[in-house]
Ligand binder design. Structure first.
Ligand SMILES: Nc1ncnc2c1ncn2[C@@H]1O[C@H](COP(=O)(O)OP(=O)(O)OP(=O)(O)O)[C@@H](O)[C@H]1O
Length: 274
């Protein structure tokens, strides 16, 4: 049975999408079967893998609406929603329609408070219904979470075994961590007791500036006891930022780039998760 990981932080631009893509690619390079799920209406992961989000018809949105309206059809929709990308990972795409699905889940959430329903049919466990049908087909399912739609992130966490928290190696960037820790605690107690934090991942790391060193040590000091900090930070490299335009991972775009080695190291640690 495959492991499910959510990549999340309540701060923007910290490297969530970049981590999802390159961790997925690194795991696939090691022969792991990997599915990435774009859980953000911005569709950045979809675009970074070379697809035009607005052109995608079979997306996560469609699957979520199927779970809500016609769960009996879900198994029919799933194979149509899986794209086989050029970097050896599969993808369930997203576009702006995912915001409509999120709104639908919100309406469901409001009406839920007035009814006593089936515990597994709550609006927070719709993504879980999808991944439950997929986890035997993959070694790893990695969900890229967005910022704006909290219910989508709650759904991702309610479906996950682990979450990874990317933190930009900049002093103030560590601010987003307490919010994620609160959300993980809440989802774990209400919806998903198996959820664990795999670790904090420092991204866009520049080893020389003193600032990055101080973030590394302060993140380690403040959260180190409760939270693993992944061994190797992801280096800042303009080549990493260039990859989405080429629809590639840094592992294929510039295999000798230090950031490629860091994603391989991250993949090693992720493979060791219990
Ligand atoms: N290691 C890196 N070196 C250089 N640039 C990077 C690196 N990692 C990410 N970036 C760039 O930083 C920007 C933000 O990264 P990314 O989109 O992965 O963040 P995000 O947390 O998913 O953003 P959002 O909050 O919008 O979803 C992008 O332009 C990306 O190319």
């Amino acid at each position: 049975m495959g492991k499910i990981l959510s990549i999340t932080n309540s701060k923007g631009g910290v490297g969530k999408t970049t981590t999802t893509l390159n961790l997925g690619a690194a795991l696939a390079d090691e022969g792991q079967r990997v599915l990435l799920i774009d859980n953000d209406p911005q569709g950045n992961l979809t675009a970074a893998l070379g697809y035009t989000p607005t052109e995608q018809k079979q997306t996560l949105s469609k699957l979520l609406l199927a779970v809500v309206d016609a769960p009996e059809d879900l198994e029919l929709h799933i194979p149509r929603s899986i794209l086989h990308t050029g970097i050896g990972v599969d993808l369930i795409a997203a576009n702006r329609r995912l915001a409509d699905a999120a709104a639908r889940l919100q309406v469901m959430q409001l009406s839920q408070y007035n009814s006593v329903g089936d515990a597994d049919r709550t609006c927070e466990k719709m993504t879980d219904s999808i991944t439950a049908l997929l986890r035997d087909s993959y070694d790893f399912i990695i969900i890229d979470c967005g910022l704006k739609y909290e219910l989508l992130t709650v759904n991702a966490l309610a479906a996950s075994d682990y979450c990874i928290i990317p933190v930009q190696s900049h002093f103030l960037a560590s601010e987003g961590i307490p919010d994620v820790l609160d959300m993980v605690r809440s989802v774990k107690s209400k919806f998903n007791p198996r959820l664990e934090i795999a670790g904090i991942l420092l991204t866009m790391y520049q080893s020389r500036p003193q600032l990055c060193h101080s973030v590394r040590s302060s993140v380690g000091e403040v959260y180190g006891d409760n939270c693993h900090v992944f061994e190797r930070p992801i280096e800042y490299s303009i080549k990493v930022a260039e990859c989405p335009a080429a629809g590639q991972s840094i592992l294929s775009y510039e295999p000798k780039n230090p950031a490629a080695a860091s994603y391989r190291s991250l993949a090693e640690e992720v493979r060791r998760l219990g």
